[in-house]
Design a protein around this ligand. Sequence first.
Ligand code: MV4
Length: 535
Amino acid sequence: MFNTVLVANRGEIALRVMRACRELGLRAVAVYSEADRDAPHVKYADAAYLLGGAAPAESYLNIERIIEVAQQAGAEAIHPGYGFLSENSDFARAVRAANLIFVGPTPETMDAVSGKVAARNAARAVDVPVVPGTLEPLKDVNEAYHIAESFRYPVAIKAVGGGGGRGLRVVRSPDEIKTAFESARREAELSFKNSELYMEKYLANPRHIEVQVLGDLHGNVVAIGERDCSIQRRHQKLIEECPSPVVTPEQRIELQAAAVRFAKSVGYIGAGTLEFLYENEYFYFLELNSRIQVEHPVTEMVYGIDLVKMQLRIAQGEPLPFTQEDLTPRGHAIECRINAEDPTAGFRPALGTITEYQEPAGFGVRVDSGVRPNYTIPQFYDSMLGKLIAWGNTRTEALARMRRALDDYVLEGVTTVIPFHKAVLNHPTFIAGDISVNFIPNYPELIEQLPTPPAPTLLAEDDEAPARTFTVEVNGRQFTVRLPRRIASRCRTVLRPPERQPASHAARPAQPNLAAMLMGSSVRCRGCCARYVRR
Ligand code: MV4
């Protein structure tokens, strides 16, 4: 059992995890980088600790520092979110070695499924179909050439350590084999420090369909429907929906059973996702992602299950509170990722300060975001600001609600993909559900017709003003308090006595120390100040 969870992430997913902690009565500790001092996830937490510099390597990827902070903060568990360290088995091992609980599968399971050839073999062992292809890494170009002849072209050369399309080459004729093999090998070596390659028959126009699974510590595993994530660009998903517009109830039962067989065979614990390609009514397993995924909300909306709360409850040792038979889909949900990117410039990440900001609301609308008005997007992290999710009784209703919510979304000062989403949501082929992973490249007019976005809002000079640091002593121990100039320059009065603090402050265990400390130094803090503390 644990009472305090360190959330080793930032942005919307850090907030998502902390909300689940609150509902379960758990204390949530945020960590942040120098670029994230003013980020919403820091403000929302019960306590927050600076990890280090702005670069991910110094902050959200710094394993030793995160574990050190967890121990300082009295956290007994660490939730990794997605990205960063979420699928890093060395991190999961380090967490365990520090006698902390990693909210996720065991490092052994992570290692067993991270290699693509090993995952393909594990799938075949339990009769889960995989794309026709090699069951061992390719020895050399010559072997690649002979295997391609036997499969017939086109074939795909893929990296064993692969992910995100890196190391993937489509080969359409024998004279392309040598070049493709060599360039795939170089990219695999550079990206994954593993130059091993394998080969599959290339599917020309598949859908990307994935199955959500949950496994507990008692050997129970369920599959919670599928998501269709075919609307992608350069292997970045943009729109996801649940259920898939093409999966029949009979196929769903089969797909879920296959996912459960696989997850059980690798001892899967926590939330995971099996990725499949779907073409001509057939499913082919690709890989198992051993984390909570960005698009998990569409499953939550349709199945009525809080997946992040389930991750935490599973980590607490609770058995799954439902069986496969208890799970029934209701209606349809769709998610649009709200990225700060310019679709008219190849989806290049956009920077700037969000000036006007108003999230859509109303029945069936959910916004999981990590931004606020006057928020300046740091350049160090990915471009996703948040996610807009719409639920409806039918796909048609969910799409109409999404169009309305996109229209209601006020986000100015920064270029986003919102206009692109509006174009997709009005495209007849998308409306018909007739999509594949080639949808975006197949319809370049979706992007061409978009107006050129305005220049970004420039940083206000004031925001860049240096902070002031105060050293204060509380009960014989020194603390350093760092206040942004715009607050420090207004410091006049003493903090109110603790009993007159707002209830929201009094309820947070991290606050009393800070209140005492600030009272001694005649600093008045405006708003929640836990984020300025480093012990
Ligand atoms: C494929 C494929 C067609 N045939 N494998 C791309 C990244 C990696 N996760 C798997 N990928 C693909 N593998 C075979 N044998 C097509 C893709 C693919 C793709 C897959 C899922 C989502 C978007 C995609 C976009 C282009 C290609």
